[in-house]
Design a protein around this ligand. Structure first.
Ligand SMILES: [Zn+2]
Length: 307
């Protein structure tokens, strides 16, 4: 009996703890630093500028659908010389806007996931075609995904695990894209090592540099992100809470997948322009300085997790 309890304890506690210790190691300083050096603020800025120039990326509009197709083409262009990289549209039953995904195939089928939504909304007006540049929410998050892809390709990075970057459709109307993606992967019993949500990464005029959203996220992976920030970012951070399922991280969390959501600012200093026609790169001082922190964090996460 005692022996059985011991076995049970080892399996229930020690084994996952060893796995966490292995998974959340930080010992690839050289590799990470050489990736971080390649991050280019002007490139991130120019992506945000372009991706926020559609009248709207609302999920139910022509321009919203076009923005997804254009993103796919752009990601294909970046990865054109790599036969191990696949860029796909994912169609959904409850929105005309497809999600976009790029898979960098690993040796294993285990996945490391980054994601951010591609759609925008103007919730001051009922017209779906109302002006909604969504520069901060969330062209900037998609710009970070794009920068991660660009740097990994430029490094000729060949992953152990499959790295999947998702541009989710229709977040603003109920997390539709991410919900069906997480649902399908759970059904297929995909082994997802960890997910990081990038939604709101460039607006910060006061307070801490980054906050880790503590609700509907994974405690242990959040600790790991905190250590990555301390090791690689030279930035201040704290925890905060949304108090409700405020972004696509929730879609993973309900499926029991380890997920974190590092956010651009403390919620009391939140971007006042989101969901309006004022969410422009101009209202973020025409730069992507803050988003570069998130590109660093996302790259460090991917490289340190890829073992
Ligand atoms: Zn958003």
């Amino acid at each position: 009996m005692i022996f059985n309890i011991k076995v049970l304890l080892i399996n229930a506690l020690l084994f996952p703890m060893l796995t966490w210790a292995q998974l959340y190691k930080i010992d690839r300083n050289e590799k990470v630093q050489s990736a971080l050096k390649r991050i280019n603020e002007r490139r991130i800025y120019s992506f945000i500028k372009t991706f926020s120039s559609y009248k709207t990326r609302h999920h139910a509009t022509k321009t919203g659908i076009k923005s997804a197709k254009d993103l796919r083409k752009y990601w294909q262009k970046i990865s054109a010389n790599r036969s191990d990289i696949q860029v796909l549209l994912i169609h959904h039953s409850d929105t005309p806007q497809p999600s976009v995904v790029v898979h960098i195939k690993g040796i294993t089928d285990n996945r490391i996931v980054l994601g951010g939504h591609i759609d925008s909304i103007n919730d001051h007006q009922s017209d779906v075609n109302a002006i909604a540049p969504g520069a901060g929410d969330n062209a900037a998050g998609v710009a970070v995904l794009t920068e991660v892809l660009k740097v990994l390709v430029d490094l000729n990075y060949r992953p152990v695990n499959t790295i999947s970057l998702y541009g989710y459709a229709a977040e603003e109307v109920g997390l539709l894209g991410s919900k069906s993606i997480a649902q399908n992967l759970a059904q297929d019993r995909a082994n997802i090592l960890g997910v990081v949500q990038l939604d709101g990464v460039n607006y910060n005029f006061q307070g801490k540099d980054l906050v880790l959203i503590a609700d509907y996220t994974n405690y242990f992976q959040n600790l790991f992100l905190g250590r990555l920030i301390d090791t690689y970012l030279n930035a201040s951070w704290s925890y905060d809470r949304c108090g409700y399922p405020c972004s696509d991280h929730y879609s993973w969390w309900v499926k029991g997948v380890p997920v974190s959501f590092p956010f651009e600012s403390e919620l009391r200093y939140e971007n006042p322009n989101i969901h309006s026609e004022l969410d422009t790169i101009g209202n973020m001082n025409y730069n992507a300085n803050h988003a570069t922190l998130f590109a660093k964090l996302a790259l460090a996460f991917v490289i340190e997790m890829d073992r």
